[in-house]
Design a protein around this ligand. Sequence first.
Ligand code: S3P
Length: 185
Amino acid sequence: MFNLYYNAFKKELMNIVLIGYMGSGKSLIGSHLAKKIDYKFIDLDQYIEKNEACSISKIFEDSGDIYFRKIETKYLIKCLFENNNIVLSLGGGTPCYNDNLTHINSINNTSIYLKNNNVELSKRLYKSNNNRPLISAIKSEKKMIEFVSKHLFEREVYYNKANVTIDCYKKDTDAICDHIISNLN
Ligand code: S3P
């Protein structure tokens, strides 16, 4: 059945851009989705790390967040302009800085917001926050929920500008991908 949807959108050149808060599963869902629809997968954080030969944490540590946001925009534009038919997973902050949303929502792209709630995201992030510079200093689950709730509230203004929103709460990766595919046209 999904071949039908796939054939319908494959005729056109299109990049699928996944956005959402840290821990929303952008990378996992992105690579799974790309396999399912036979697109190339790019994870923007990994792309930055490869091109800069440096981890995201080290970039934040050595050069600061403003520098990171500058190169994040540069690599976002490079990825979008040099590729067609990719699934691109962004970092949680990518849509919220510079003019990134204009590029994300430009004509050949379909942006998808992978939505989840603050408590679920906080739980996931508390379990695995080590390599995320924005939250690596948070040492209790309560503080994580406080931080994520406020931060997500601020960022949803940007996430809500996506072309499609998928509610991911309590859905597995495969179901989320099928839901995304059924929203592509
Ligand atoms: C960030 C999210 C991270 C990474 C960087 C900043 C953010 O990506 O880009 O640490 O501002 O939310 P993930 O969303 O993949 O963790």
